[in-house]
Design a protein around this ligand. Structure first.
Ligand code: ZN
Length: 156
């Protein structure tokens, strides 16, 4: 299992990035980067906002944006610990999300926030976010946010 740990500052920045999309009535995706060492839990050190094409019910990273992302990861020696995106309504992992997932390795985490993150705060983040993990069988499985199987930990 892959677990991540992030600060409230990371959450604050993430929520701000995602809400800006919501203000335009668009989904938004951000990437949580950690150091390259495969450590569990992985500490999130950067909130990366890729260039993206988005609308009310999807986001895409055009090829040039994927290239910038890869260059950035190489230059900073970081890796993608999780992707996080918003939905206009309920938070769940759709078939489109599975098709367009930026991370897709076993143990990859994909987080989804409801209502364009309009109601998400650093305090209620773990109640609002839905955390999915990519399985060996190729499925995105919902993981709990509390208890020993929780994948995301928030620190002060
Ligand atoms: Zn989605």
């Amino acid at each position: 299992m892959s677990a991540i740990i992030c600060t409230r500052k990371v959450l604050q920045k993430t929520i701000a990035v995602l809400r800006r999309g919501g203000e335009r009535g668009e989904e938004r995706v951000a990437l949580w980067l950690s150091g390259s060492a495969a450590r569990t839990p992985a500490a999130i050190v950067e909130v990366y906002e890729p260039d993206q094409i988005a609308d009310v019910d999807y986001f895409r990273l055009p090829p040039i944006s994927m290239r910038s992302l890869m260059d950035h990861l190489k230059a900073t020696r970081r890796r993608i610990a999780a992707q996080i995106h918003t939905h206009p309504g309920r938070a769940f992992h759709s078939e489109v999300d599975a098709e367009w997932a930026i991370v897709r390795h076993v143990g990859a985490l994909s987080l989804v926030l409801p209502r364009f993150a309009a109601t998400t705060t650093t305090e209620n983040f773990l109640e609002e976010v839905m955390a999915y993990e990519f399985s060996r069988e190729g499925d995105w499985n919902l993981r709990p946010n509390i208890g020993p199987d929780a994948r995301v930990t928030v620190t002060a």
